[in-house]
Design a protein around this ligand. Structure first.
Ligand code: ADP
Length: 460
């Protein structure tokens, strides 16, 4: 019923009532008293209705039943309006709750501050990052997080409105705070944990420093020799003497650049898929690797290959060649003359297993977890003479990770090392017509050599 309908119905009712009262009054001979009595009854009725209405309107959740259509219609209109606004507030509260839950899931923190630094609101991230508690509304942020950086930030004294402070809850972590003005009275402070970012930046700086250092050494040698030459008139004898000396440092630089490129490729290339992998005759591959290792060893080591020639592996051939080759050449480079090196490829209960065992200088426990880091080298007299870029095991780690395997190391100082890895059984392939792997003096053996159980063991 519209307001106009209500008014019309109401005035119709009143007019009819008054007319009836007038008629009764005229018939009874007292017109005035009749109208007065009707008016009094009318007022009394509405006074009762009004009281009911007033009582009901304090909490107008249900319908008002009074027996008066006009008051009921009025009450219905109010009831509908209240219902509508309750629905809207419920939706608003739900939206606010959702917003709060969302901002609470963001790991970054935010704090809304008034001009004096009093906290108006903040999310859970701010609690975690800045060590605020659930009841810090209205408190001054400067008093809660005691750091001179915050004072300067809130005074607008720092460049780009960004400062870095130690996390109040954990001094080892670093928090970056950024101030953003909302309006004249309020500002937003964003808090972000930058510990990991700082670590990555430091790693990048260290990496660039390491590469520069590694390149600088052979470059200095080359430049030194070149400066010995008389630029205008280099005599033939000096040239003949100097030129061969340029080759080793130049090769070293090339090896370093090659390894760096390999590592970059391994890190950025998509994981091997069915299209990029092939069935590899590992025994055949190891024949070549062992033959090259023997050349590197120049006959001073005994290198023995035990390979199950019918055990194939699905993978990226170039990558696995590089990984296996690095492990075998390391065994040669870190073994004293006369040492025996065993290279094994065989089936194991967990899956196809590759291992290289040497009786060389071994690795102390404190280095075991770090030897796969780029440029990590153990400072051992004599070891560097045989070359190496410090990237070999990092390459091995990446190749194996890309083939869902892990490099494992067991080593003991002065006793030797065992480097091994196991591949998923589903990567194994069988050759129907086994080919003999003839890389070792003994030829290929079909026996699975047991792994040495020296300790300590580490996953490098
Ligand atoms: P590098 O080019 O220096 O050999 P790697 O990444 O291949 O770099 O190896 C890292 C370090 O691990 C080496 O510098 C060496 O100290 C140690 N290492 C690797 N293989 C062996 C091994 N078979 N025996 C002893 N130490 C080894």
């Amino acid at each position: 019923m519209t307001a106009r309908d209500l008014a019309r119905a109401y005035s119709g009712l009143a007019t009819a009532g008054l007319a009836a009262a007038a008629l009764v009054g005229w018939l009874s001979g007292s017109f005035a008293w009749g109208v007065a009595a009707a008016l009094a009854a009318f007022i009394a009725w509405h006074a009762i209705q009004f009281r009911r209405f007033a009582r009901w309107s304090r909490r107008p959740l249900g319908r008002l039943r009074t027996g008066d259509a006009v008051w009921e219609a009025l009450a219905d209109r109010l009831h509908r309006a209240v219902g509508l606004s309750r629905g809207r507030s419920r939706a608003l509260v739900a939206t606010l709750r959702r917003l709060r839950t969302t901002t609470d899931t963001i790991p970054d923190g935010w704090v809304i501050l008034r001009t004096g630094g009093e906290i108006e609101d903040y999310n859970r991230g701010a609690r975690d990052r800045l060590g605020l508690s659930a009841s810090d509304h209205g408190q001054n942020l400067v008093a809660l997080v005691r750091d001179p950086g915050i004072v300067s930030l809130l005074r607008g004294e720092v460049e780009s409105d960004i400062v870095e402070i130690a996390a109040p809850a954990d001094e080892t972590r670093r928090i970056e705070l950024r101030r953003i003005a909302i309006d004249a009275e309020r500002a937003l402070v964003m808090a972000r944990d930058v510990t990991e970012l700082n670590r990555l930046l430091t790693m990048r700086q260290d990496f660039v420093a390491n590469v520069s250092h590694e390149l600088r050494t052979p470059l200095t040698v080359i430049v030194g020799y070149l400066e010995e030459l008389d630029e205008d008139n280099p005599d033939f004898e000096t040239l003949r003497e100097v030129l061969p000396k340029l080759t080793p440092p130049a090769r070293r630089m090339r090896a370093l650049v090659d390894d760096l490129l390999t590592l970059t490729r391994l890190e950025s290339a998509p994981l091997p898929s069915d299209e990029t992998t092939e069935d590899i005759d590992v025994a055949l591959m190891l024949n070549t690797i062992v033959a090259e290792a023997r050349q590197l060893s120049a006959g001073v080591h005994r290198i023995v290959l035990h390979a199950e020639s019918d055990l194939h592996l699905r993978g990226v051939s170039t990558e696995l060649y590089s990984a296996f080759n690095n492990l075998v050449t390391n065994a040669v480079r870190y073994s004293p003359d006369g040492g025996t090196i065993d290279v094994r490829w065989h089936r194991s209960a967990a899956g196809p297993r590759f291992e290289v065992e040497d009786r060389g200088m071994g690795i102390a426990p404190e280095h075991l977890t770090r030897i796969t880091e780029r440029f990590y080298r153990i400072d051992l007299a004599g070891a560097r003479v045989r070359g190496g870029t410090g990237l070999g095991l990092a390459i091995v780690k990446h190749v194996l990770r890309r083939h869902r395997s892990v490099l494992q190391v067991e080593s003991e100082l002065a006793r030797g090392s065992l480097f091994y890895c196991v591949f998923d059984p589903d990567r194994a392939g069988e050759d129907d017509a086994p080919v003999s792997a003839t890389g070792s003096p003994e030829g290929a053996t079909r026996t699975a050599a047991a792994a040495s159980s020296r300790s300590p063991s580490a996953e490098a």
